[in-house]
Design a protein around this ligand. Structure first.
Ligand code: HEC
Ligand code: HEC
Length: 159
């Protein structure tokens, strides 16, 4: 009788331990993703975030708030308004790509036609609304700044 009680207790303990392991493994890496896939890997997320900073010519703290009294940023927090703006942009971009750039022919040619943050932003947080005056250089085309010295938008014109 005593022995079977011990065995039952041991089995329960084992179940509890294995459960705690499965929840740890299933726990998502990121706490507050509303647009990106919840199971995104760290390298994938890092690459998206790096694209954001380079496409807009900003740093991480443009969209992520700082923990009070500390140097690090609180990436899961939604307190920075620009993070919300960025989510709206991501949804807009997904819609544009799904509806207008889902071109099978392009896939067959091995090219991917799609709009990215950089297509509009060109290294500026607010894309220029007007074309530059005649004779002045427009936004650079081609690879983003960094790969091409002197890239980025010219200063935005006052309207
Ligand atoms: C233009 C705005 C913007 C910039 C700049 C930006 N992020 Fe983000 N970041 C977001 C948004 C929006 C989300 C949430 C995405 C979602 O809801 O799917 C996010 C989510 C994250 C998360 C996941 C947090 C969680 O637990 O949910 C991490 C980590 C992160 N960013 C790191 C960075 C790092 C590091 C940088 C700088 C290299 C950076 N971000 C720059 C907008 C930005
Ligand atoms: C189709 C063009 C287009 C695309 C694609 C696009 N944006 Fe934007 N974005 C804009 C325009 C236009 C504004 C408004 C600028 C203004 O207020 O003058 C803007 C504004 C923003 C702002 C607010 C900037 C501020 O200082 O008020 C953020 C943040 C932003 N975009 C992030 C992104 C991110 C991140 C992506 C990629 C997921 C993206 N955008 C893709 C056109 C675009």
């Amino acid at each position: 009788m005593r022995k079977s009680l011990f065995v039952t207790a041991a089995i329960f303990a084992l179940i509890a331990i294995s459960l705690s392991f499965t929840t740890a493994a299933d726990e998502p890496l990121y706490k507050n993703l509303k647009v990106l896939p919840k199971k995104i890997t760290k390298p994938e997320l890092d690459s998206v975030m790096r694209h954001f900073t380079r496409a807009l010519g900003v740093r991480c703290n443009y969209c992520h708030v700082q923990v009070q009294g500390q140097r690090e940023l609180n990436f899961a927090s939604d307190d920075e308004e620009m993070k919300g703006e960025a989510r709206v942009m991501m949804k807009m971009q997904n819609k544009i790509n799904k509806k207008f750039f889902n071109i099978k022919h392009a896939d067959q040619m091995g090219t991917k036609l799609e709009v990215t943050c950089y297509s509009c932003h060109h290294g500026a947080s607010k894309p220029a609304r007007t074309a530059p005056p005649q004779g002045q250089q427009g936004p650079p085309q081609g690879p983003p700044p960094g790969q091409q010295p002197g890239g980025g938008n010219p200063p935005r014109q006052q309207q």
